[in-house]
Design a protein around this ligand. Structure first.
Ligand SMILES: [Zn+2]
Length: 251
């Protein structure tokens, strides 16, 4: 199986328009969750037929990560500063998408996702790509965020003033992925808060904003390196996700 990865830029706030935009880019429908900053991992085992956009708008399972072995199924997470993490083992034919805000990061949502991929879906050699999210420079917090974090996070937290900290959420998630045994990790090429022109950022735009959607799907062709179509947002995937993201422009 060849994983196909897609990190969107700004998408509409209205879910119907968002599904339509994703469909226009060749990702339809994208199975997403009602995300709640928790650590619930939703399993979609084959054979699984994705409900249509209307059904997904009506009702989505609650959770913050999806694991599937269904070829062709688009799974995705919605973010606007939080950390989107796409994971895959092409040999085992398993893909996952995880949403890690600071609460999900503190609950090790990525480690829990890796354990489900391994323990329940037979994944062995898992790779990960972290999409656009808030960078450490832009993520200024009080003490509540550092206090919730596991020991692996300490190297990624800097005190800037009494009671004020900067927290490197993508760095912490990469550390948690390494702790879970994932060594091939592609880091984000852009910060949503540094580039509010390209990305929705909760820190920059507040609640009056849309979302980014990060999508992964397993393809049965080993030769497929590019998504179908010609849109620049499409990402090349496969052996080298870093090259894929670099080639997308803007990442
Ligand atoms: Zn930034």
């Amino acid at each position: 199986m060849t994983p196909q990865l897609f990190f969107s830029k700004k998408l509409p706030r209205d879910p119907r328009e968002r599904f339509a935009a994703l469909e226009a880019m060749g990702y339809a429908p994208v199975f997403t969750l009602y995300q709640e900053h928790g650590d619930t991992v939703v399993r979609l085992r084959k054979p699984f037929e994705c409900p249509g956009a209307d059904a997904l708008i009506e009702s989505q399972p609650h959770g913050d990560a999806i694991v599937t072995d269904q070829p062709g199924l688009c799974i995705g997470v919605k973010t606007a500063d939080c950390v989107p993490v796409l994971l895959w083992d092409g040999t085992a034919g398993v893909a996952a998408a995880a949403h890690a805000g600071w609460r999900g990061t503190a609950k090790d949502i990525v480690g829990k996702t890796v354990r489900v991929m391994r323990g329940e879906f037979g994944a062995r050699h898992i790779s990960a790509a972290i999409g656009p999210c808030v960078c450490a420079h832009c993520y200024d917090t009080g003490s509540d965020v550092p206090e919730a974090m596991p020991p692996e996070a300490f190297d990624y937290i800097t005190m800037t003033a009494p009671g004020r900290f900067t927290v490197d959420l993508p760095g912490i998630n990469a550390a948690l992925l390494r702790r879970a045994g994932v060594s091939e990790i592609t880091m984000p090429k852009a910060c949503t808060a540094c580039r509010p022109d390209m990305y929705w950022s909760h820190r920059r735009h507040g609640n009056d904003r849309g979302l980014q959607v990060s999508v992964i799907r397993l393809r049965s062709s080993k030769n497929l390196m590019f998504a179908e179509g010609e849109r620049a947002e499409r990402l090349r995937t496969g052996g080298c996700a870093a090259a894929s993201q670099a080639g997308a422009g803007g990442f």
